[in-house]
Design a binder for this molecule. Structure first.
Ligand SMILES: Cc1cc2nc3c(=O)[nH]c(=O)nc-3n(C[C@H](O)[C@H](O)[C@H](O)COP(=O)(O)OP(=O)(O)OC[C@H]3O[C@@H](n4cnc5c(N)ncnc54)[C@H](O)[C@@H]3O)c2cc1C
Length: 413
């Protein structure tokens, strides 16, 4: 493991800092990078689009993308450096992450030249926002069990069915959707991948109200929605490999975390919180909890350094990258729960203008169960580690080779 920047990485970091210093405001030691709590606030979308355009004009948007699509062809380690540095400034949460981190890379690999020319630049600039229409009421972890159908009709395809948990569908211009196009084939082999205009007739978007009062995601219903064949991203019935490209990029981007308070903020909170006239930090029980969080945070940090060292040396990271989300998401949830307890009654406040620190912890607490589901649940990640890292015998998958139409449906279908 190597903890230091190489001379080239240090030079790149200095260049990044110089640009950020002139274009953004550095966070004070007592401030936290804006996280979930500002995501749904009016004005955040405009702020995010302006920031994205500014970065794009200066060549700092989607830096790992090839230059022909507006990126700068940066390496993975340069992208990590950019993210570390940008996180030290008062910048908006990345509401374009699904498009830029998952769907754009899928178009680059599986889309045709016309699609790449039409969609990638407005996506990079944040001018057109994208959503991911994958999950269905009966197809989440088992995505290949999806039932939304697409049927060819002349130059169009006609889509019917329902998607769910679609983040941002209510403000997105485009969606990327996986559909069933051959029910006679086994489940992975009858799927086709399309780009869909979210304003098409027949699409109904119903926001889902979440525990924190906002509606980050939606149900999306499709009734005879027509999509031109020109919007097909994969070959007919060969959409599963494009879906896997999206999912691999999803796991990588979610593993990186998502703003909001962390361990250092928790220590500061314990120092500033008074219990019986003394800082809570002096209480032995509080210190013991903090020590446990510290050990896990450091374990995660050093594990991530192994990934960074591999990236810095130009090699592919090993199994340690699967650990990030599986350990990081529960740790975040437990730290937020502890912070809310430490704050007593004030810990329930969710208004980030009235009580920024309390709101940041409360909203992290309320959002953290979702982080353990999105991009692969804890159980699915354990299955992946068991099968691909530890090489344990695979799960029995009885429906893998039978025609999809013969797979028994559950009571919900
Ligand atoms: C914050 C958030 C944002 C999201 N955004 C999007 C989005 O933009 N677009 C989109 O398409 N989807 C999105 N999702 C949906 C997400 O992809 C699914 O929630 C996820 O794939 C799990 O599917 P499910 O919710 O249907 O749970 P299920 O798959 O029904 O799982 C239910 C439970 O069974 C367990 N389980 C399932 N299969 C196995 C197995 N083989 N072995 C052991 N345990 C198993 C799971 O771990 C879980 O505990 C989002 C979810 C969240 C929380």
């Amino acid at each position: 493991m190597d903890f230091d920047d190489t001379p080239e990485e240090a030079a790149f970091r200095a260049e990044v800092r110089a640009w950020l210093d002139t274009n953004a405001e550095r966070l004070k030691a007592s401030e936290t990078a804006p996280g979930m709590e500002v995501r749904n606030r009016p004005g955040t979308l405009k702020w995010a689009q302006e920031w994205q355009a500014k970065k794009a004009d200066a060549g700092w948007a989607c830096i790992t993308w090839p230059k022909e699509y507006g990126g700068r062809g940066a390496t993975a380690i340069q992208s990590v450096i950019w993210n570390q540095e940008e996180g030290r400034y008062k910048t908006p949460p990345n509401i374009f992450a699904i498009g830029q981190g998952m769907l754009g890379p899928t178009i680059m690999v599986h889309g045709n030249d016309t699609q790449k020319r039409r969609y990638l630049k407005p996506m990079l600039r944040g001018e057109e926002i994208w959503c991911q229409l994958f999950s269905e009421p009966s197809a989440g972890s088992d995505l290949a069990g999806l039932r939304t159908s697409a049927v060819r009709d002349g130059d169009d395809w006609v889509i019917n069915g329902q998607k769910i948990w679609t983040t941002g569908a209510q403000y997105c211009k485009w969606g990327m959707i996986v559909t069933r196009t051959d029910a006679n084939a086994p489940k992975h082999k009858g799927i086709t991948y399309f780009i869909v205009d979210m304003k098409s007739p027949g699409i109904e978007i119903r926001p889902i109200k979440q525990i924190n009062g906002v509606s980050g995601f939606n149900e999306v219903f499709f009734t005879d929605v027509r999509v031109p064949d020109a919007n097909r991203v994969s070959d007919i019935n060969a959409g599963w490999s494009a879906a896997l490209t999206t999912l691999m990029n999803e796991r990588a981007s979610i593993g990186g975390g998502s703003g909001g308070p962390g361990f250092v903020d928790l220590v500061r909170l314990a120092r500033e919180t008074t219990w019986h006239g003394r800082p809570a930090l002096e209480d032995p029980a509080v210190r013991q909890r903090l020590a446990r969080f510290y050990i896990r945070s450091k374990g995660l940090q050093y594990t991530s350094y192994r990934t960074l060292t591999a990236l810095s040396r130009g090699t592919t990271p090993g199994p340690e990258s699967s650990i990030g989300k599986l350990v990081g998401a529960p740790l975040r949830q437990e730290m937020a729960s502890f912070a809310v307890d430490l704050q007593g009654m004030a810990g329930a406040l969710l208004d980030d203008e009235l009580a920024p620190q309390e709101a940041a912890w409360q909203s992290t607490y309320l959002a953290s169960p979702g982080l353990r589901l999105a991009g692969g649940t804890d159980e699915i990640l354990r299955n992946i580690i068991a099968e691909r890292v530890l090489r344990l015998p695979p799960e029995i998958r009885v429906d893998k080779s039978v025609p999809f139409k013969d797979v028994p449906t559950g009571p919900r279908n």
